[in-house]
Design a protein around this ligand. Structure first.
Ligand code: NAD
Length: 240
């Protein structure tokens, strides 16, 4: 029987690559995003095993309601991938409270609320796997990203805390720290910044969304049943 995985930020970029890979592997994917039209067209291209759910992860009531609908539609939810994320970059002197709060709300509080909503069913079934998409900036820091780096480091704390909290119930919680990955988020960067990034990567190139999808697939699979609480960098050697 097909296992169900919930993915946030599934409409494009890394989330879309994860969704496509897991559909190909036979999972039922509940793809959550604020981008309703993109989700709808994905449902047409990815087929029946991709179920679109319009969800803003910052809205507590809709997280609760969407969790209820997903469980009603697909049954037991085995896995959760917290991938939705935004940036509002700026040096701290110019970083507004709105820039700080909005990044915290999506990247960290959103992931917390999703973990809380879906762990209820996982605890009941005594099985599950959660993957949080952090970033190398959680490990290295980044000038101009005080808000974003704080959320990505916070995700590592959330990952380790829940790994310990859930280990006895056969629920694993891990994080992936992507390096520079070719998506809309990084395409917005000036060319000079991108070139500088590429130069700093020992493998001298950016990664592809598929590189992250492969790592997620491994951490959700039965090939990793004794792995919990880890942070897996997928970064071409950047953090070595
Ligand atoms: P992206 O901007 O292409 O995609 C992010 C997705 O999240 C979008 O579909 C967006 O609509 C969705 N989203 C945003 N706010 C949301 C909300 N409130 N509720 C639900 N969905 C929401 O970005 P990406 O590059 O694919 O990044 C995906 C994840 O990987 C993010 O968490 C990002 O921080 C992380 N990451 C990316 C890189 C990179 O180089 N691209 C590196 C490290 C980590």
């Amino acid at each position: 029987m097909s296992r169900t995985v919930v993915i946030t930020g599934a409409a494009r970029g890394i989330g879309l690559a994860i969704a496509g890979k897991l559909v190909d592997e036979g999972w039922t994917v509940a793809g959550c995003d604020v981008l309703a039209e993109e989700l709808q067209s994905l449902a047409e291209t990815l087929g029946d095993r991709f179920r679109p759910f319009v969800l803003d992860v910052t809205d507590e009531d809709s997280v609760t309601e969407t969790a209820r609908r997903i469980e009603e539609e697909t049954g037991q939810v085995f896995a959760l991938v917290n991938n939705a994320g935004i940036t509002r970059d700026g040096l701290i002197m110019r970083m507004s409270m709105a820039d700080w709060d909005s990044v915290l709300a999506v990247n960290l509080t959103g992931a917390f609320m999703m973990c809380r909503a879906f762990s209820r069913g996982m605890l009941r079934h005594k099985e599950g796997s959660i993957v949080n998409i952090s970033s190398v900036v959680a490990l290295l820091g980044a000038a101009g990203q005080a808000n974003y780096a704080s959320t990505k480091a916070g995700l590592l704390g959330l990952t380790r805390a829940l790994a310990r909290e859930f280990a006895g119930r056969n629920i694993r919680v891990n994080a992936i720290a992507p390096g520079f990955i070719e998506t809309d988020m990084t395409r917005e960067l000036p060319e000079a910044v991108r070139n500088d990034y590429e130069d700093r990567v020992p493998m001298k190139r950016m990664g592809a969304p598929a590189d992250i999808a492969e790592a997620v697939s491994f951490l959700l699979s039965d090939a990793s049943t004794y792995i919990t609480g880890v942070v897996l960098p997928v970064d071409g050697g950047l953090t070595t």
